[in-house]
Design a protein around this ligand. Sequence first.
Ligand SMILES: *Cc1c(COP(=O)(O)O)cnc(C)c1O
Length: 518
Amino acid sequence: MAPAKPFETSQGNDASAGDFLADAYHRLRQAVPSRDNKRPVLPPSAALTSAVSALPRTDDPNFLAARGAEATLSHLLEDIVPALNSQGLSGRYYGFVTGGALPIAEAADNIVSALDQNVQVHIPGHSASPAVEDAALTMLIALLDLGKVTDWPRRTFTTGATASNIMALACGREAVIARRLPDDSGDTVAEVGLLAASRAAGIKQIQILTSSGHSSLSKAASIVGLGHRAVKELPASTEEPWRLNIDALEEMLAREGVASIIAISAGEVNTGRFATNVLDMPKLRSLADRYGAWIHVDGAFGIFARALPKADEFLHLHGNVAGLELADSITADGHKLLNVPYDTGIFFCRNASIPNQVFMNPNAAYLTASAAVGGATIQSPLNVGIENSRRFRALPVYAVLLSEGREGMAAMFIRMVTLARGIAQFIRDSEQYEWLPSEEASLESTFIIVLFKAKDPALNDELVARINETQKMFVSGTVWNGQKAARIAVSSWRVDVDRDLEFVKELLSSVAAGASRS
Ligand SMILES: *Cc1c(COP(=O)(O)O)cnc(C)c1O
């Protein structure tokens, strides 16, 4: 028996820690051997029940008594692991947009945990981690074809697109108010707060103008003190609610005493469609400049369409993401299409001074090391983002980009798009299912999401449950135009187009056939 508390400083030592970890990784690999789509997509209900009943109970006299690392590891592997879903292990988990973790990313993530770096203050000579982080961001700028690195002087990793959207609205709010302050006024939001700064600038409201804005945009609006109702939906039409109505937008921009943030949905979550088309961004840029507005692109998953080759079959999508580099700020997710582990998001900002104003960690002399070396090209992350202490979440991104390169990343995205289009075509042509939002759409408008419903209302009512109870494939439910709908989001690196397309066709056909028998 191992000692009950091997890692107490009085008992543990490097050798026993190393042995323990080697054994733990080995047993973990054995506990999740099946990485070939055979695992059920959701945990069996018996596994869920036994995991929950194995959790510590406050009425247990041994509650919070030390169990020791060995017993704890066995509990994790035997009770908890079987009760986790296969979103990362199966290429047939099509819920939400979750991605998976490329093996090189998972390996890098284990290095991150093993070395436990805090990427906070950039002190050359202390750790290479801020330089690696910046290299990863630089590679992303190139992958997404966003222009020169110097065009995006403030860039950082975040915990996800929600955090990036919060940063974007914080920057947008700071900038649109600052533009209306008298020249010598130091009454910025960062200094005097939103209420006093707005008063000084003569602003009575800040509005966020969008089309099919992601729910996290409203959350971000609340967090930065603008409020849910500041988010104004300006759909081009009821048929294409994801497209931004630029005429309506211009009218809103002209409102007296109101400052604006324009939020572009580059990838709407239900349909995967885009707010803009090829000529829209230059128009939006000149409107924003005229009215002193900030343009933010929420490209959590959609921005990666820019990494597709400029081949005929992708020209439609390239039109949708053309000009996004004209934005003031951009959100992207790492844990979705990039296929790195949770939680990883990215934030790019074109403006150098505004993020510094917002995120500067003031009056902490012990954290100002990078200022001391002057001219350092890499800013301390703590002055660019929300956190002070931060995980080295850049390393898996760096590893993926280095391992796959531009071509490998494009190949992975092509597999995702090709599978999604194959599924969309099958649904469009089938007797039992209807492709949403419109069967008239061109397949080339499909990126990685397929929205659909069953034509038989009784089947449609239970469609998502019927698909998911097969345990072979998982889809999300949603509501489209007041009716239930199902959603397939293809985002895992594990996609094998031929194999998975056959599989999805067969499964959807048998779900429909089962319905007509009952
Ligand atoms: C997923 C998503 C978000 C939220 O991202 P998290 O990484 O879950 O915080 C925001 N916007 C869009 C468009 C998304 O798809």
